[in-house]
Write a protein that binds this ligand. Sequence first.
Ligand SMILES: NC(=O)C1=CN([C@@H]2O[C@H](COP(=O)(O)OP(=O)(O)OC[C@H]3O[C@@H](n4cnc5c(N)ncnc54)[C@H](OP(=O)(O)O)[C@@H]3O)[C@@H](O)[C@H]2O)C=CC1
Ligand SMILES: O=C(O)CCCC(=O)O
Length: 461
Amino acid sequence: MTATFTVTDPATLEAVAEVADQGIAEARQAVDAATAAFPAWSRTAPRKRSEILHRAFQLMLRDRDELARLISRENGKSLTDAAGEVTYAAEFFRWFAEEAVRPGGEYGESPAGGARTLVTHHPVGVAALVTPWNFPAAMATRKIAPALAAGCTAILKPAAETPLTALAVARLLTEAGLPDGVVTVVTTTDSSGVVGAWLNDERVRKISFTGSTAVGRVLLRHAADRVVNSSMELGGNAPFIVTEDADLDAAVAGAMIAKFRNGGQACTAANRFYVHAAVADEFVARFGARVEKLTVGAAGDGSDIGPLISVAALNRVRRTVDEAVAAGARVSHQAALPAAPGHFYPPTVLVDVPADAAILRDEIFGPVAPITTWTDESALLEQVNDTEYGLAAYVFAGDLARALRLGESIEAGMVGINRGLVSDPSAPFGGVKQSGLGREGARDGLREFQETRYLSVDWPV
Ligand SMILES: NC(=O)C1=CN([C@@H]2O[C@H](COP(=O)(O)OP(=O)(O)OC[C@H]3O[C@@H](n4cnc5c(N)ncnc54)[C@H](OP(=O)(O)O)[C@@H]3O)[C@@H](O)[C@H]2O)C=CC1
Ligand SMILES: O=C(O)CCCC(=O)O
């Protein structure tokens, strides 16, 4: 009998489905299928690849409500967040449908004369994609779409918490006309066994991973053995800065999105708030009032905020807040908790957070907003940049020139200026420092799945 594992709704703790628990044999079969499909897919005309991606975009939107319910069931996020994620996820299919027909290339003349250079971009080959549970649709399409646009075939391992959405996306791709073997999803509880088998397999030429920095380091070490082309979207510790001349209504609205999108379970989530001392009380009062009104519960109840993904995540967030409070922080505002069995943590605002508190260093991955104050801009920037992470940051300032200067001084791959959302399929999503390598989305996302080659052509003068 085939082994299975249970997918559980983190809001109700009910079993949602049993899914095949695949192992190393199935991981190899997926590579067999991707390898067999590669020659034909990589030679398929860009226009045809583009049309399949475009159909996948339309099919995702057709099934938006059903997919949103599925995401909410296995991940717990609110239906509003889930529906937003489906639209966001579908947009990667549309964006890369449009990029597929623009593979680019250059024709140059050698400065010394005597040679012409023809630069072209080729699919890197079979691509292993490893995705997390927090955006089970968007993280899958953000990798699958550029891989297919580039002409790669793909093998995808979703997180064990949320395999159902990835399977649904794969079914839509089949309906859109994707040939057999071009994308195979492997569901497993043995992530290190399956991904390890892929990294050991000489037919696999690419690894694209989204998840924690700790696992990213492990995969990079493993990828080094065969020098596998690697893209890594890893953890973050996003600062959210408010200056004394900021529009506070806009700052509060931005903070609600940057902190509570997906219940705070996003690598881009605002992790630490730096509010100018002159406006801190007002900001905390307005922000706190909004936070207290957030409804927490199962998606089916129409709640704003769902549960954390697991009991381990709940315990980690509880511990992080308890340690901050023990170090001197104070809970200024908190939403109510539902009387329900799920892994719920109440949206919480912490003030008087000491500058050296661990909560300002570690990724919270939950609905907790620690707020500190500042007065001196250079000391602020020192604190903000004193982290191994460099993914996202947010700046709210009235003076745009100052906002831009601050934005460029922050060591982060993405900075939201007077807005609490940086994610956009047309922008190069990714981090600096230990937040990752490479970019997803934009033209850059396509390049991650291509290898640049050139022909140097003798050109007698
Ligand atoms: N930057 C980001 O986008 C994300 C960051 N995180 C951060 O990481 C923390 C932990 O979350 P978590 O889900 O455990 O993130 P992980 O990094 O552990 O998981 C991400 C993906 O990697 C897989 N994975 C885990 N371990 C290995 C391994 N040794 N070899 C190969 N694949 C592996 C997981 O599969 P499986 O779960 O089935 O083992 C999942 O598919 C969060 O609290 C958050 O701080 C988490 C998710 C996304
Ligand atoms: O947290 C993540 O892993 C992905 C970030 C979501 C986004 O693209 O906005």
